[in-house]
Design a protein around this ligand. Sequence first.
Ligand code: WTA
Length: 634
Amino acid sequence: MSKDTSVLLDEKRLFKPDYHLVEEAHIKNWEAELEKGKDIEKYWEEKAHQFEWFKKWDKVLDESKKPFYQWFVNGKINLCYNAVDRWINTDKRNQVAILYTNERGEEIKLTYYELYREVNKMASALKNLGIKKGDTVSMYLPMCPELLISMLGCTRIGALHSVVYSGLSVGGLVERINDSKAKVLLTADGTYRRGKIIDLKKIADEALLQCPTIETVVLVRHTGNPIKISELSGREILYTTLLEGENELCPVEEMDAEDPLFILYTSGSTGKPKGVLHTTGGYMVGVATTLQNVFDIHNGDLWWCTGDIGWITGHSYLIYGPLLLGTTTLVYEGAPDYPDPGAWWKIVEKYGVTKLYTAPTAIRHLMRYGNKYPQLYDLSSLKILGSVGEPINPEAWMWFYKNVGKEKIPIMDTWWQTETGMHMIAPLPVSPLKPGSPTRALPGIEMDVVDEKGQRVPPGKGGYLVIKKPWPAMLRTLYKEEERYEDTYWKQIPGGVYMAGDMARIDEDGYIWIQGRSDDVLKIAGHRIGTSEVESAFVSHPLVVEAAVIGKSDPIKGQVIKSFLILKEGHKLNTALIEDLQKHVRYEMGPVAVLGEMVQVNKLPKTRSGKIMRRILRAQEEGKDLGDTSTLED
Ligand code: WTA
């Protein structure tokens, strides 16, 4: 649990929606919409009609094989068709679909029609590479238009994409490519990060030494960074060469609603990353509906989600949600404070961003620079703000509300996960807000806070956050790990409910307050990282015998990693070794693993069966009672 959440217990402020906002909103009555959402099947069925289906479903929800739920059974649809082709014959044809910009101020705009052309070329090219429906394509790319085009290209022909966050490194990339058995990898000559270029091709080259399934590497020239193209292997091709002469329109594949759409790897508390599998029909319905409900998308909106495409936030709300609603999505490659801490506000002013969706860690980061920077720019185009990824502390909420929203516009704090695919707990623009609470489960969603027996806990008391009814964009399984899927999510708490892995409490008004993870998953600057992944990175260093890591509260990043290390006999944790370990873990995991303090220990607290009890380390760290120690080894 992050330290900040204790203050949430005293948070009593209530912010009512602005009158203009209610006038404009598609949904004017929160309670009535929640009431409508109680008939879950009817609610989601109505929402499914917004799309063009090749064939409508026979049944909305099939629960016969739970927890392997099926939505829109026997429906036939294609995501790419609905996100791109559908707009070509409307007045959105020449509207900008993707507006790319970066920390250097460069810009690329693609209208829906231009996007349509590019996606067709990409889909044809993938087919020519031998990619068929059901195959997997890995992508290790910066936030660039080619990434969006390639993802859409995959969905057009029914191939699955597996996007690997560009901040991960060799270890993470190898694991993800091999687990998904991808045949093609797309990567680039680099990505911009605070004035520097990170050479992605170099990392990919090292990873590929251990990835036997990759037949073709497609290379995007993005930064102009000089790179070696290895002609010897014969498997590397430039993106531009691949698409050259591909003018053919590529027919869309008719997908079953339950055909796999993509795999996205995320961290659990133990073992290797989990390949979260999402399928087609339900995901589309869930993502488009929640974006519409929570951010009240209108014609003329300019939507900016600052999340990275390499995580679920980018998949659902940077690409698919906005394009399925036919809005313009802004793609920004760069840091919030580079070249200066006004970088984001400058973009809002320049383009007239109307809806801005970001993360608490970014807000806290920008807060550090004071109120000056947002005041330098005209932010009056903004109508709704959003937050995702970790609990937003009231202080950050208030700063965002006052300095960016000018006390006029609401903040949609959205709780959800890679697994849920879509927002689950969030307000609507017309909801009264309490800083630090994502309010209530959305219409069409049923959630609760329960004890380990599955009994609802009384108001104000902490418990496990659970989802009580299936929802359309839910993960369908963990890729090739069905048992792990059942065990991790559905068997932890009695009653056939989905255990989210978060602790929460519900207040007297029914508002949910998220208290943090109940397991060993870390949230570092919003990135989800498993303790066991960091520990294996440590242990792969020749001088580390054993490692245990925990999350330690950090005022800006939310958490950083504190490590307890047992070293090889006769070695001391001196400055040189600390530096070497930092380099080593960074090489394995990438910059996402932010290492704080390291300490050398002789022993780690373990259960008799040998599992590290991180709980004990955490309690010790926070000066808390050690709790039940009866299972401790000695
Ligand atoms: C946390 C990110 C509090 C939570 C979309 C969850 C949040 C995990 C919020 C999923 C929020 C996400 N308030 N906590 N608004 N949003 N979380 O899979 O612990 O990267 O379980 O998905 O982030 O992280 P993931």
